[in-house]
Ligand binder design. Structure first.
Ligand code: SF4
Length: 702
């Protein structure tokens, strides 16, 4: 390692690419791919390659705490001591008047594990409420619930090396070519070297990922389960299931078989609007393969039926026995860089640390005793959208938002605006002055950014990495964990006087002893000595665990995996005469979330520089819409005005809008979430971002 150089991990997506960060004599950083890192082997995608420009441009950074003494007064610069003393006084008053459930913390999958750990400990262990949730709720909570229901715990069973070992990859509801680019390069290279590897892509859009597929099933949005069951039926009919595995290691097959035989393949093809022959071909590819890697992301997760969709895909691995074997398993691609770390520490409203169960009294007592705070509440906390609903109706009084921008990223943005207006007290902990959410803050706390603090993250394959600090944060900005710990001490709580981030990490690892995620014994030096390590950590062998369930013993009480067979009834808002199009939203290749970081880099605007509504040529012609013409899109919740791009990437009757833009990048009329529906999955509480009914017309100036 050179002088003034540290290793770290890219702060964008859940792939978790390793980087080297160098600091020059002018305090500017250079970021390059780490050739020794097992995930990316030196490669970076456009976002990772341009990370240095985001770090070096500090023009938007928040430098000191600000506070307003009354809603109608302007924000003023204050000291850390004053801001935290007053914030603690407000929280104490609200808690004593209305109870602990009157306050909430809303965090992010971009927080480091240590940050997640302390905010979760503060809220659940000391304030005494489970009102702590994160924007990971918008991203992977359906996968968490489905893993738990089918495998017994939230455990991604595969490792990235399974990509090169798979002879069939079924990619559903994801566009990794744009959203997980470095993993995608591994898929592309594998296909190029092994042309007989079968790639099946299921997506309503002809994405870049679909371009190398042997079959692209361009299904009607929302029909994934119908397709998965049709494939399941064909695998059973063709004798391509693993009877031995099903009998010895699963439960629920009889009900599943009855479910998938309720509908013929021809009927399924009609519902999915794909040729029956393509479904048969996909099933025969899976049947003929020796291994099967199923990959998915937001297309399945972000749905009112998100958990059921996940289960129906995991079922295909279970009935074929392709799990816990090289090149096989269900693999949910995590969106955010440390959504997995948040899951480990139990940083969601319905979780406890290390996969403990909120409803289990012994688990609650164990955690409460470990933390030494109050008794843990068994009442599940408010989840992301529920927090803002509760603010709107006055049940929730205060919210502390850290490292996320809900006014742009939550569904039905106008409702979120109303909720924040209605809140008695809003704290925003942020690195940038850009997010629109700041407009509603009573208190602004400046946070340190990536490369300005130390901690750990865990990527999509359970790989833990240690991120080193190389540069001081600007002005008085502080690392997020330090802000939370200082606040906890102002509240009078003990157990938050950590000397270093590593002290927090060690405490977290002790809490994982004897659990399925077991990282007890790890510390920063040990992680560094491995460069990265996958949980569970085998202390005696000083080794991680690349693949789970190789013994086919699952985490359920019977040690058998559960094959689920929920119904396929549509629950999303359906198009009608007033709102005839299906809107689906998502990411573009070179932007990240609400563009607080990537929006600063001009190079990243070269790919797509503005939000464009993707519409099929037939629909555009019928509506008289020309390329780059301004159009108005309206749903039952709001409207958006952006230019159209006419493309056969999208199916007729459907339109696509990127989710990144908002007022901070022009006008809030470019914000996709003005339109989206706040419907949530009943189990995972993940919103239905991929399906709502809209009307599209050419924009006429009134
Ligand atoms: Fe960063 Fe993800 Fe790109 Fe890797 S693939 S460089 S983690 S954004």
């Amino acid at each position: 390692m050179k002088k003034n150089e540290v290793t770290s991990t890219c702060c964008y997506c859940g792939v978790g690419c390793g980087v080297k960060v160098q600091l020059d004599t002018h305090d500017l950083v250079t970021v390059t791919g780490d050739g020794d890192h097992p995930v990316n082997r030196g490669k970076l995608c456009s976002k990772g390659m341009n990370l240095q420009y985001t770090v070096n441009d500090r023009s938007d950074r928040l430098h000191y705490p600000q506070m307003r003494y009354h809603r109608n007064m302007p924000l003023q610069r204050v000291s850390w001591d004053d801001v935290l003393t007053r914030t603690a006084a407000v929280f104490r008053t609200l808690i004593s008047t209305y109870g602990p459930d009157s306050v909430a913390f809303y965090a992010s999958g971009q927080c480091l594990t240590e940050e997640y750990y302390v905010v979760n400990k503060l809220m659940k262990g000391f304030i005494g409420s489970n009102n702590i949730d994160t924007n990971s709720r918008l991203c992977m909570s359906s996968a968490v619930a489905a893993y738990k229901m089918s495998l017994g715990e939230d455990s991604v069973p595969i490792c990235y090396d399974d990509i090169e070992l798979a002879d069939c990859l079924l990619i559903e509801g994801g566009n990794p070519a744009w959203c997980h680019p470095i993993l995608w390069r591994r898929v592309e290279a594998h296909k190029a070297e092994n042309p007989k590897t079968r790639i099946i892509v299921v997506d309503p859009r002809k994405t870049d990922s679909a371009s190398i597929a042997d079959i692209h099933l361009q299904i009607q949005p929302g029909t994934d389960m119908v397709l998965n069951y049709a494939i399941g039926r064909l695998l059973i009919e063709n004798g391509d299931i693993d009877v031995d595995f099903i009998e010895n290691h699963t439960e629920g097959f009889a009900a599943y078989k009855a479910r998938v035989f309720e509908r013929t393949v021809a009927e399924a093809a009609w519902i999915c609007r794909v040729p029956e022959g393509e479904i048969r071909q996909a099933a025969s590819f899976i049947g003929a393969s020796k291994s099967l890697l199923t990959l998915w992301t937001m297309g399945l997760n972000q749905s009112v039926k998100g958990v059921d969709k996940n289960l129906s895909l995991i079922d295909l691995n279970l009935i074929t026995g392709r799990i816990g074997k090289p090149g096989s398993g269900p693999f949910s691609l995590t969106g955010q860089p440390n959504a997995m770390g948040g899951r480990e520490v139990g940083g969601l409203a319905n979780l406890l640390p290390a996969h403990r169960d909120l409803k289990n009294e012994a688990h609650r007592r164990e955690v409460a005793d470990f933390w030494g705070g109050t008794v843990l509440s068994d009442k599940p906390g408010l989840t992301a959208t529920e927090m803002f609903d509760a603010l709107a109706d006055g049940k929730l009084k205060a919210i502390w938002i850290l490292c996320t921008n809900p006014l742009t990223s939550l569904p039905d943005a106008r409702k979120v605006e109303q909720a924040l207006k209605n809140a008695k007290f809003v704290v925003v902990q942020e690195i940038s002055n850009k997010p629109q959410t700041l407009d509603y803050a009573d208190v602004i706390l400046p946070a340190a950014g990536w490369a300005e603090k130390e901690g750990t993250m865990t990527n999509s394959e359970r790989r833990i990495s240690h991120l080193h600090k190389i540069i001081d944060p600007p002005g008085e900005a502080l690392p997020d964990a330090e802000i939370i710990c200082r606040f906890a001490q102002k509240m009078g709580y003990s157990g938050f006087d950590y000397a270093t981030p590593e002290a927090i990490y060690r405490e977290h690892t002790r809490l994982t002893a004897s659990t399925s995620i077991q990282v007890n014994g790890l510390d920063y030096a040990l992680i560094d000595s491995h460069r990265t390590i996958q949980w569970p950590y085998r202390k005696r062998r000083n080794a991680g665990t690349p693949r789970l369930f190789e013994d086919h013993r699952f985490y359920t009480p019977t040690k058998k995996a559960i094959i689920h067979s929920p119904d396929t009834e549509m629950a999303s808002e359906q198009p009608d005469a007033d709102f005839p199009f299906i809107l689906t939203t998502g990411r573009i290749r070179d932007q990240w979330h609400t563009m607080t970081k990537t929006g600063k880099v001009s190079k990243l605007k070269q790919h797509i520089s503005e939000p464009l509504l993707e519409i099929h040529p037939n629909d555009a012609e019928r509506l008289g819409i020309k390329e780059r013409q301004l159009v108005e899109i309206t749903s039952r919740r709001g409207n958006v005005r952006v230019k159209a791009t006419i493309s056969n990437v999208i199916k007729p009757g459907c339109v696509f809008l990127p989710m990144h833009w908002g007022k901070q990048w022009g006008s809030d009329l470019n914000r996709a979430n003005n339109l989206t529906n706040p419907l949530i999955d009943p189990v995972s509480r993940e919103p239905d971002f991929k399906f709502c009914a809209v009307r599209v017309v050419p924009y006429q100036k009134k």
